[in-house]
Design a protein around this ligand. Structure first.
Ligand code: CA
Length: 342
């Protein structure tokens, strides 16, 4: 039998931490990168491993997109404050997964342009972003029993804070994911994965699904800032996921204010994309309920201000999940997407 490629070609990244040692370990995953300014240097991707004996493992990731900050802050706080003695099992914290992107405050890597959440399964001998994906796919995911990948809207989108899971190909696998979402305790959550261009199989969530590891994501806010509401949601949710996984005891569960509203994200009619370039005037806000045919946006042309703006409409009823942030807009930019109750 042919061995799996992951066994054949080990990751070139070298973690400074020992995943099997008890206590709180901090250090870097060394991603060797030879450049003019540093012949034998490495890119230091920070990692924190908190372990107390045998038990399940949670893998918490942020900075998968480097311009999404609420999750990075939530994981910095958790890495410092989670007491190893309080847990049973292991928590692996990766607050700046695409480290070059996170340091640049950008969605993608300034080194190779790589979008980590479109880079899975990665490649042992690929560019830096593909090498990070390959390490996560072949080293971290096999250790994990549950994965939380903390996203926000980044520089270009602002979400009403929510959580999500990617709809698995096998419907029998959906229920454990809904349980995980419910444990996280976001007031709003959505099911994604309707061929909407999010590159499911190339995402960390897709990698987790390949390995049968339950995983969830968030959209905590965005606009390139740290939103307080999204940050608090993440901090509560992470603790509750640790309780759900049996890593923290049940009495550590933080009560959530109310039931979760679960919506789904479907096909192209859930989106409003710019049909022209111009300055985007939003006519709806995240969290608002809209109707099919309702005006969504005007695209203005300040270069010929006497021309009427292009008027765009929502194509279906739904809840506005996010809106575009920058004013200047090109044809094809996503201005909004909706969710509909399940
Ligand atoms: Ca993202």
């Amino acid at each position: 039998m042919q061995p799996a490629p992951s066994r054949l070609v080990p990751s070139r990244l070298v973690p400074e931490v020992d995943f099997d040692r008890d206590g709180r370990q901090t250090g870097f995953i060394r991603l060797f990168h030879s450049v003019d300014s540093s012949a034998f240097g490495f890119i230091p991707i920070p990692i924190v491993v908190i372990r107390n004996g045998a038990g399940p493992t949670a893998l918490f990731v942020a900075g998968n997109h480097g311009d999404e900050f609420e999750g990075q802050v939530a994981l910095c706080n958790l890495a410092r404050t989670l007491d190893p003695a309080s847990i049973q099992g292991r928590v692996i914290i990766l607050p700046a997964a695409n480290f070059p992107a996170a340091m640049a405050g950008r969605r993608t890597s300034p080194i190779d342009g790589g979008n980590l959440n479109r880079a899975f399964p990665g490649a042992a001998d690929g560019g830096v972003t593909a090498q990070i994906a390959y390490f996560m796919e072949t080293v971290l995911l096999p250790l994990a029993d549950v994965v939380c990948d903390l996203h926000s809207g980044g520089a270009s989108l602002l979400y009403t804070p929510c959580a999500l899971v990617i709809r698995p190909p096998d419907p029998a696998r959906l229920l454990p994911l809904i349980d995980l979402l419910t444990a996280f305790g976001a007031p709003l959550a959505f099911l994604a994965g309707g061929g909407n261009g999010t590159g499911d199989t190339q995402a960390l969530a897709g990698a987790a699904a390949r390995r049968g590891v339950p995983s969830m994501n968030t959209e905590l806010g965005g606009a390139g800032m740290v939103g307080g509401k999204g940050l608090r949601l993440a901090e509560r949710g992470l603790i509750n996921v640790l309780v759900h996984a049996g890593i923290l005891p049940p009495d550590r569960r933080i009560p959530v204010p109310g039931p979760m509203r679960l919506v789904e994200l479907g096909g192209p009619d859930y989106y409003v994309h710019a049909t022209d370039k111009g300055v985007f005037e939003p006519l709806a806000e995240p969290g608002e309920t809209v109707r099919a045919g309702q005006p969504a946006a005007r695209l203005h042309r300040p270069e010929t201000p006497w021309d009427p703006p292009t008027l765009l409409h929502f194509q279906r009823d739904g809840l506005v999940m996010c809106k575009r942030v920058p004013g200047r807009t090109e044809r094809g930019d996503c201005l909004f997407h909706l969710g509909t109750d399940i």
